[in-house]
Design a protein around this ligand. Structure first.
Ligand code: ADP
Length: 282
């Protein structure tokens, strides 16, 4: 649907008037784990959309901020949820001071500005919302803005990235093959012991020996996955525990608050995590 000239809004807000674009000024600390930087750069060079796949708290968001900095691109991040509509992504008309103005949504702002658009936890979004991104993922690289009567051609530097946590996956919420197959997939998992120790040490400021103890605890807690723990101790939780310890909280208490508490409400699983904390921090 095209709008007649008389119906067009008097003006559009500039792409970043809603403060959607982030320009990482300083290099975000990111410790590469495998080939992710090389693969991402190759995908970016050919503008192939990328899916970062892995559990929560394992470095996906940090990675994309690092890549935005490395590639000198602004970043637009959208936390997807089940109320997110296609209009939330593309934009809407607003009335401002008696004037009707068009406000770009985050996806449109990114496509105009040549930003990296990161749709975090894309599986959480409604199916019709996910389908709205399809025309941007193939070589047309277009975004139909029906309400505005515009077929937006994405800026040459625009790049679409989504994240996906397979453990959230259940029958109703899996991504359709027609969506998945549009993305080059980069797998993420918790870093190997030495690298995770370095990350916890550097991010939280705890001594290396304490960081190593936290990682040892995490390795044991991660084995509880087999006993029904849905999300296991992520690098994020270790960093949180490290922060508490670094400012003087007794390590056991720090682990109970930052690792055990957030993981489960199930009394048996909670008791199992507490037991592991007592073993690792006698
Ligand atoms: P996700 O987006 O996968 O849920 P984040 O990127 O937010 O997870 O990672 C959580 C935290 O873990 C980060 O804030 C950072 O402190 C740390 N982290 C995880 N992996 C790395 C890494 N490879 N390099 C640097 N920090 C990392």
């Amino acid at each position: 649907m095209q709008l007649a000239d008389a119906q067009r809004p008097r003006r559009s807000l500039q792409p970043d008037q809603a403060g959607l674009l982030e320009f990482p000024a300083e290099e975000p600390f990111y410790l590469p784990i495998g080939q992710e930087v090389t693969i991402f750069e190759a995908a970016y060079q050919r503008r192939l959309p990328v899916m970062l796949k892995g559990p929560t708290g394992c470095g996906k968001t940090r990675f994309i901020r690092y890549m935005a900095w490395r590639l000198h691109r602004p970043l637009v991040t959208v936390a997807c949820h089940d109320d997110l509509s296609a209009n939330d992504l593309t934009g809407r008309f607003l009335v401002r001071g008696g004037e009707t103005v068009w406000q770009d949504g985050p996806l449109t702002a990114a496509a105009r500005a040549g930003a990296i658009c990161y749709l975090d936890e894309v599986v959480e979004a409604r199916q019709d919302t996910v389908v709205a991104i399809h025309p941007l993922t193939d070589d047309r690289r277009i975004l139909p803005l029906e309400k505005l009567g515009e077929l937006l051609q994405a800026h040459p530097s625009f790049h679409l990235v989504v994240s996906y946590n397979p453990s959230y996956q259940h029958l109703m919420k899996d991504l359709k093959p027609s969506t998945r197959q549009r993305f080059v997939t980069i797998g993420f998992d918790f870093p190997p012991r030495d690298l995770e120790t370095e990350i916890v040490c550097r991010e939280s400021g705890v001594e290396r020996a304490m960081a190593a103890t936290l990682v040892k605890l995490a390795e044991r807690v991660r084995l509880l996955r087999d006993r029904g723990l849905v999300e296991v101790a992520s690098t994020r939780l270790l960093v949180h525990a490290g922060h508490l310890i670094a400012v003087g909280v007794e390590p056991r208490h720090a682990c109970e608050a930052a690792i055990a508490g957030p993981l489960s409400d199930d009394p048996d699983l909670l008791a199992a995590v507490m037991e592991l904390i007592a073993v690792v921090l006698p």
